[in-house]
Design a protein around this ligand. Structure first.
Ligand code: 13P
Length: 255
């Protein structure tokens, strides 16, 4: 009913893939294929590829994002990059809370909240990832996990700032496994996230809030997932590294 209030967002998460030269080549391949997209198109790339990506996307409808950002503006944080630095480079989007950051690099709900805050303070749009592990789904606590991750990350976020937040529901068991959530499973959780937004803010905010699904979304299953009322787009890993596949997903979201 309210899907028309929202523009779909298809974002690639390249993870730890592609050199700068390869990034330029991939973007040049993607550009003509998505030029007439009727959805927002974003590529989130490794830090080292940001300049190449910003250069290659100039004058196109593709926006560039980073895959993480630090919460402090600057300081003794070896190996980290601040939201302020990203903003200075012209980066418009940033992913926070990806399960790979939570699992392998010690990100917690609280650091995800702080990274999200820094990105918002620097004018960027955040793709905030939430999602349950397989054991949590099997324990029937998916909703509790996703609600709690979302509530903590959104603590202190105003209704106005919500316009610059997208939540990507990414069940961890579906990431890089080829095991996609069924469209009904994706819809159930995306809908619950929207209901939580209504609960925390109001129905107007919830109606225009963009919720993506991520986890083995590909050219073959995108149509069905994106046809669901509360699935407003996708955060794409593996399939974002192949121009025709990524373009097919963008096309599915443009219908
Ligand atoms: P895959 O599409 O490779 O499963 O990755 C999803 C993901 O983690 C996007 O952030």
């Amino acid at each position: 009913m309210n899907k028309s209030l929202r523009k779909a967002v298809i974002a690639g998460n390249w993870k730890m893939n592609k050199t700068p030269a390869e990034a330029t080549a991939l973007i040049n391949e993607i550009k003509p294929l998505v030029a007439d997209a009727d959805c927002d198109v974003v590529v989130c790339v490794p830090y080292i590829d940001l300049f190449a990506a910003l250069e290659a996307t100039k004058g196109s409808n593709i926006k560039v994002g980073a895959e993480n950002c630090h919460w402090a503006a600057s300081g003794a944080f070896t190996g980290e990059v601040s939201a302020e630095m990203l903003k200075a480079c012209g980066v418009e989007y940033v992913i926070t809370g990806h399960s790979e950051r939570r699992t392998y690099f010690g990100d917690t709900d609280v650091t995800v909240r702080d990274r999200t805050r820094a990105a918002l303070d620097n004018g960027m749009t955040v793709i905030l990832c939430v999602g349950e592990y397989l054991e949590q789904r099997e324990q029937n606590i998916t909703m509790e996990v996703v609600r709690s991750q979302t509530k903590i990350a959104l603590a202190g976020v105003s209704k106005e700032e919500l316009d610059r937040i997208i939540i990507a529901y990414e069940p961890v068991w579906a990431i890089g496994t080829g095991k996609t959530a069924t469209a009904d499973q994706a819809e159930e959780v995306c809908k619950a996230i929207r209901e939580l937004i209504a609960e925390l803010y109001d129905q107007e905010a919830a109606d225009k809030f963009v919720v993506q699904y991520g986890g083995s979304m590909n050219a073959a299953n995108a149509d069905e997932l994106l046809s669901k009322e509360d699935v407003d787009g996708g955060l794409i890993g593996g399939a974002a590294l192949k121009a025709p596949d990524f373009a097919a997903i963008v096309k599915a979201a443009s219908k």
